[in-house]
Design a protein around this ligand. Structure first.
Ligand SMILES: [Zn+2]
Length: 234
C-alpha cells in the first residue's frame, strides 16, 4: 500500500478533474512513475505539473470516452514518446482511434447542440494500447465496469489505499447524466448500487474516498446516505 494522495488538476472549459496518481517509486531513479487519469484538456498544464513533481506517466487511464476526459491525450502521449500505456474500457473503444472524431462530434451535438468544442481542440486520437474489462488491474487500480453514463464507463479502485476514481458515474451530491449517446438509466442505477451497497464481487468500504470526474471529493459513505436503497433480499 502506498500513502501518497492523488494530485488534482481542473482542466478545460468543462472543469474536468485530471488526477495524477503516483506509483511506488523505483529506488535510485530520479523520476517517479504515475498514473494520469482523464487528461481532459490543457496538456501543457498537465505536463508542467508532472515535471515539477518529477513524475512521469506510466499509464494514462480513461474513466470513459467523453471528449472532456481525453482531449489532451494526443499531446500528452506525443510528449512522452508514445510510451505510456493508454487504457479504456472496451465498450468505449470507439472514442479513440482513427474513426473517433465523428463519435465525439455526434456526442457533443447531443450535449451542446453543436460540435464546436470538439472541432476547436481536435487532434488525431491514438488507439488505446489496452482495452480493459471488469476485474482487470492496471498498477494498483482495479477496473470496475460502471456502465450508464456511457457504455464503457469505469471506476478505478485502489482497495488498499481506500480510494476510487469514479469518473462521471458518481459525484459529490450526484451522479452522471444518461442522456448522451449510449447512456442508460437502468445501467447507471445498477452501477450506483454496486458502488454504494455492493454486489457479489465487491463491498466498497464506506470510508473509501471518491475522486469524481468533476467537482469535489466525497466518500462512499456520504453518497450512500443520500439515497434510499431498497433493502437487500437474499
Ligand atoms: Zn462524461
Amino acid at each position: 500500500m502506498h500513502n501518497t494522495l492523488p494530485e488534482t488538476l481542473v482542466v478545460g472549459a468543462l472543469a474536468t478533474n485530471c488526477y495524477l496518481y503516483p506509483l511506488e517509486s523505483v529506488p535510485d531513479t530520479p523520476l517517479c512513475p504515475c498514473v494520469v487519469i482523464d487528461p481532459g484538456a490543457d496538456a501543457g498544464v498537465i505536463i508542467t505539473r508532472l515535471e515539477s513533481l518529477r513524475w512521469y506517466p506510466r499509464y494514462i487511464l480513461l474513466t470513459h470516452g467523453h471528449f472532456d476526459h481525453l482531449a489532451a491525450l494526443p499531446t500528452l502521449l506525443t510528449h512522452y514518446d508514445g510510451k505510456p500505456e493508454v487504457a479504456i474500457h472496451e465498450a468505449d473503444a470507439a472514442y479513440l482511434g482513427t474513426k473517433a472524431r465523428q463519435v465525439h462530434r455526434h456526442s457533443f451535438i447531443a450535449f451542446m447542440g453543436d460540435s464546436a468544442y470538439v472541432d476547436a481542440l481536435w487532434e488525431d486520437m491514438p488507439q488505446a494500447t489496452r482495452l480493459v474489462v471488469e476485474g482487470d488491474c492496471v498498477g494498483p487500480l482495479r477496473v470496475l465496469h460502471l456502465a450508464g453514463h456511457s457504455p464503457g464507463s469505469a471506476g478505478f479502485y485502489d482497495e488498499a489505499a481506500g480510494l476510487l476514481f469514479s469518473g462521471d458515474t458518481l459525484f459529490k451530491d450526484g451522479f452522471g447524466r444518461v442522456d448522451l449517446p449510449g447512456g442508460s438509466t437502468k445501467a447507471l442505477v445498477s452501477s450506483l448500487k454496486r458502488l454504494c451497497i455492493g454486489d457479489d464481487n465487491y463491498f466498497i468500504e464506506e470510508h473509501t474516498v471518491v475522486y469524481p470526474g468533476h467537482g469535489a471529493v466525497t466518500t462512499i459513505g456520504a453518497e450512500k446516505s443520500r439515497y434510499h436503497w431498497p433493502k437487500q433480499t437474499c
